[in-house]
Design a protein around this ligand. Sequence first.
Ligand code: DP6
Length: 399
Amino acid sequence: MPKDTVVKLAIATCTAPVNIAVVKYWGKRNEDLILPINSSLSVTLDQDQLKTTTTVASCRSFQEDRIWLNGKEEDINHPRLQSCLREIRRLARKRRSDGDSSVDVGCLSHKVHICSVNNFPTAAGLASSAAGFACLVYTLARVYGVEGELSGIARQGSGSACRSMYGGFVQWIMGEAEDGRDSVAQQVEPESHWPDLRVLVLVASAERKPVGSTSGMQTSVETSSLLKHRAESVVPGRMKQMIEAVRKRDFAAFADLTMRDSNQFHATCLDTYPPIFYLNTVSRQVIALVHQYNRHYGEARVAYTFDAGPNAVIYTLQQHVAEFLSVVRHFFPPDNNGKKFVTGLQVEHLGISEELKSAICLEPTPKGISYIISTKAGPGPRVLDDPSQHLLAADGLPK
Ligand code: DP6
């Protein structure tokens, strides 16, 4: 092949985390720009357990933009994907015309190939769109040579994705501007701030969620007066209290606010007309178990929160993890079919006292929880420098 026909591939691979809100986002004031009706706050989870990895390649020889998700080619014309592509290219052009020499102008006129995988099963019903869009935007930015604030672009892929652009404790400030320029995520504290905080994802069911969050929250905005009350009169004060609880590492306050906020979010779902139910029997049993466990000790040692599905996410402190896991194992005896019940950060098995068992009035539900992911707070998106980790080969197709 003559030397001048060798085509240069600009390529980058990055990873991005999942986040779990403790003050929930539910409801948009602008559907296209994805502008929320209230601010929200989340904890970014450690990528060792849950992450998306994305490779973006750009090349003069590519005929069209293409995307592969978890091994399957998907439609690149999805409006939210198009928003992210358009906005990152627009930002790159603007930076370039403002004199930023790190922006790669060559790449801007080329098509991209995108390949993305999750290290957790999509069927587990965990929000994968947040990590997915955060990773997409972060990786595109790397290929184009754009740095700085990118959460406003990730937001246009999926609202909660803006919070996955940072590690630790992150707030999404709702903003006021009509064009959304002030609706961005901001780190409240880094992941190192609260090293004892632990997260347990109790995967209750592998069913797909009945109503997706996008359409669910749209119906809630149209029909629930409780949601309006929540956004206007509850969340502003709750955000302040939550930020203070995080700053002071006040677990009792953090737990109380987290559970109340999850409950109010699910109350707005019930107030939606027709109503939406995300919690199932196992979810309600976990709620009862947590309250009875806390009551037994006379203090909040664990807190639950639920998104648009039945999986419980438990926040607790390191010193309570082993006992609480033993309690869960007792009341939800696992199917010991070879599969590990607890994955991720490992903890010793503890027996539980008769006193504690009898303090919890619950009939054991075998196999109610299929498995548990044990994790903690973690950092934001990262660049993988090792070329062997690229998901696309030199020809621009998935490896
Ligand atoms: C219940 O971010 O998935 O998880 O903006 O329409 O993509 P879109 O919705 P999405 O909604 C997440 C809702 C939630 C609460 C939260 O993460 O704050």
